[in-house]
Design a protein around this ligand. Structure first.
Ligand code: DGP
Length: 112
């Protein structure tokens, strides 16, 4: 989609620190890391947010990819947090659905 920063990363028009890529999803480091480990997993098709998601296999692929990348990077055993923000109250700032994976430190609850 035009003017979508994550679509531009998928196309290679702007650089991303890519951790994993396959036919349907891409994982890359978050530019504004909130933890020692912080990456995003996105679908390669443009879906704005969780309200627009309907492909169960694709949504599952996002989670499984996050777990696999966390394992590869060596922080899965200690644990991590998966977060998907949706729209204004969820704090979503980029309108291309993405799953955050945060790890490498103790997380707290409740989230802000
Ligand atoms: P959210 O607030 O849930 O919409 O998270 C969007 C995240 O995307 C935020 O943590 C920062 C990250 N981000 C925004 N622009 C870029 C970019 O150009 N490159 C990368 N790698 N991450 C970005």
């Amino acid at each position: 989609m035009e003017n979508c920063i994550f679509c531009s990363i998928i196309k290679g028009d702007i650089p991303g620190d890519i951790l994993y890529s396959d036919d349907r999803v891409l994982a890359f480091k978050d530019v504004n890391a909130q933890a020692p480990e912080h990456f995003l997993v996105i679908p390669k098709e443009h879906i704005a947010n969780a309200n627009d998601a309907s492909d169960e296999a694709l949504m599952g692929r996002l989670s499984i990819t996050a777990a696999n990348v966390a394992k590869e990077r060596g922080f899965a055993e200690k644990g991590y947090r998966l977060v998907m923000n949706c729209n204004e109250y969820g704090g979503q700032t980029v309108s291309h659905i993405h799953l955050h994976c945060l790890g490498g430190r103790q997380m707290t609850w409740p989230p802000g």
